[in-house]
Design a protein around this ligand. Sequence first.
Ligand code: FAD
Length: 504
Amino acid sequence: MKNPSAYDVVIIGSGLGGLLSAVMLAKEGMKVCVLEKNKQYGGCLQTFSLQKHVFDSCVHYIGGLGEGHPLHQIFEYTGIMPQLELRAFDANGFDRICFGDLPTLYPLANGEANFIEQLSSYFPQEKEAITQYIAAIKNVGDHFPLYRLRLGAAAEKQAVSGWELTQKIAQITPNKRLQQVLLGNNLLYAGVPHRTPFYIHALVTESYIHSAHKVVPGSSQISKFLIMALRQYGGEIYNHATVEKIAVENGVATYAETADGQRFFARNFIANIHPAILLPMIDSTVIKTAYRKRISQLPQTTAPFMLNIVLRPATVKMRHYNTYWHQHEEALKAIQYIPGSFPETYAAYFTESKTHRGYAESVSILTYMHYDEVEPWANTCNHTLSKMDRGQAYTDFKEHHAQLLLAKVSQHIPEISANNMTHSVATPLTYRDYTATPEGAFYGILKDVNQPAATTISTRTKIPNLLLTGQNINLHGVLGVSITAVATCAELLGDSYLLQKIKQ
Ligand SMILES: Cc1cc2nc3c(=O)[nH]c(=O)nc-3n(C[C@H](O)[C@H](O)[C@H](O)COP(=O)(O)OP(=O)(O)OC[C@H]3O[C@@H](n4cnc5c(N)ncnc54)[C@H](O)[C@@H]3O)c2cc1C
């Protein structure tokens, strides 16, 4: 049992949200402890290797790490920015969007003026509309004060939060193909027609238009440097520490208890885990039954399916851009694929070989998969600390879907199948078991423009010393989670104080 006065803050979960919060609080003098259930820290920042090639489990590229962007400033403040080994994508098209078997790759470029110029060369009649689009996403960003590292009122956000994504894009341009190109990298936010708010699209795409980078040694470099910073500021972090209970006395959280019975006492707690996983850990009437029910019933974003391929050396040309392919004219339709039509979209993320420059050593292919496809194996659990063979039928299922995906990829990039040395597959169950996200959801809770209040979770809870952080609160992704970590820490440090420190 830890000393009752041991910590100022105990953080549950070492995803980006937990680690960033930990470093910010420790840097400002608090005694912080992070508890992580897995062996490897970082949640979605984890990497793994296949035939000695490093693969990102989730984060293949990051928007907003370029100088002058708030994310750059936040990483700078934590001290990790100069340490990261980053590689910028092709500025004239970091993402390229294609449809069916048509050869055209429509570029989404870095820099506002360059974005307009590059895309206008494919849509010369639409230059004005593309300019309007850039103005619209910038306008949304301006209404989210923390995305500009400034103080502001909630009313500002509300003024731009009620627009539905497809409607807003249709208002900007009647050109159907341009609309779909603008929606082309929707795997980045798992957009659902008539439900996803425009602001989600705007905040995500604005950051990538600002700058798009890959962490060259793998996304776990971010967690590695954050942990080094945390320790340097006197913080502690433990793996193999699954929190099962948060004790509450007189309406205040007192300790977090791990599966092995250890108790971690603190004055404050931050949960970097999905709220639906957190609430059952809290045995207190302070959290009302109606709230518990609402959170447990919230719809999740559609889950990912990822195929990671090691390529034969010096065979597949390196692309310094990501390809997003759509079977349909409508880019958002693929998320609602019906069984038998899997997959209707994919993204291909290449990693350059260190020994054969100009060639790719590996590629990760990402698509959607509905959780009910893996429901037959829902009661299995397989991760590094709890190895379990889900059985031959599951292995066959994975391989069948890997081949379906490869067949679609071959239409545009045939050299991938031909040079596939070995591959591994991650399904919604993989993501569920490694991050404890219900149904292995891509980005946690689905934000629904029709139910803004119900699907927006606050950083505060009814328990005054229990705060929330991570992708389920506000926005997902490296940018969204980092901004939320600032919002969470501002509750303990004061918002103007923290923003001033970050901007310094
Ligand atoms: C397939 C995929 C691809 C993505 N690609 C990108 C991308 O290219 N760029 C981008 O910016 N974003 C991307 N994202 C989104 C981004 O990775 C996430 O939004 C973000 O990393 C989530 O961070 P988090 O801190 O909210 O939580 P998580 O990363 O989910 O971390 C939560 C942590 O809590 C731990 N935990 C859970 N329960 C317990 C418990 N009981 N006790 C202790 N610990 C616990 C988990 O093990 C985990 O380590 C992608 C996500 C996915 C799934």
